[in-house]
Design a protein around this ligand. Structure first.
Ligand code: HEM
Length: 217
């Protein structure tokens, strides 16, 4: 066992705070992002998770990657259902990727399909985030946009009974990973980059969807 999970958390604290405090995310939590802005965020996630989950399927062939590629985490079906609710039946033509999203997807495509340290870094940043702060974001957006399950499925993990227990087991899996010191450094640097790629998406959305006062229906 190593202290890899604690190292990852420590090494990404600054990036975490920056992503959390990006004005788009703090405005989302404060209820001052338009419904269009929220729908656009969900659309960006579809592009990101399609690539991340394609990488997870490829990683089934890798002993270290396989331990993380748990289908209970998969978000693409939930995102498609949310987008159908938010945009209507023609949602597929509405989900346009932002420039920052294309850069994020490109990074995943280039590195996360074939390298376990890269895949695990990206996996950690998104899914452990979804099971942590993401749960608070989910509650907040459901309230802001007066949405029930429809439109916010992305934030609920039906196959996971208790997020806290899942995260403890996930961290144990990180600690048990057989990584060389160089691979551990690679994964840490990639997790920092993954946070910055997320932050860039939030920044672009922040510019595209400036301050708005949302009145719940
Ligand atoms: C409003 C925004 C956010 C809030 C309020 C928030 C809050 C939190 C909290 C309270 C934790 C600790 C949970 C625990 O110890 O079990 C956490 C962990 C985490 N968050 Fe966030 N977060 C936010 C945004 C984000 C974003 C945008 C990302 C990545 C894109 C992210 C990624 C993570 C990760 C990877 C962890 C796990 C840290 C670890 O235990 O190793 N969070 N978040």
């Amino acid at each position: 066992m190593s202290d890899f999970a604690a190292r990852l958390r420590r090494a990404t604290m600054v990036e975490h705070r920056e992503a959390e405090n990006r004005s788009f995310i703090s405005r989302l939590m404060a209820g001052s992002v338009s419904r269009e802005g929220f729908a656009a965020l969900t659309a960006q996630y579809l592009h990101i998770y399609r690539e991340l989950e394609a990488a997870a399927l490829a990683m089934h062939a890798d002993d270290r990657g396989r331990a993380f590629a748990d289908p209970a985490l998969f978000r693409v079906k939930a995102l498609e259902a949310d987008l159908a609710h938010l945009y209507g039946s023609h949602w597929e033509t509405a989900v346009v990727p932002a420039t920052a999203t294309l850069a994020y997807v490109d990074r995943l495509r280039s590195f996360a399909h074939t390298s376990a340290p890269h895949f695990i870094a990206h996996h950690y940043v998104r899914y452990l985030g979804d099971l942590s702060g993401g749960q608070l974001v989910g509650k907040s957006v459901a309230q802001t946009y007066a949405l029930g399950r429809a439109g916010t499925r992305f934030y609920s993990f039906d196959g996971i009974d208790d997020a806290r227990t899942y995260k403890i087991a996930y961290r144990a899996r990180l600690d048990a990973l057989p990584l060389t010191p160089e691979e551990a450094e690679t994964a840490i640097a990639e997790a920092q980059l993954a946070f910055r790629l997320n932050a860039a998406v939030f920044s672009e959305l922040g510019t595209a969807y400036p301050e708005d006062v949302v009145s719940a229906a």
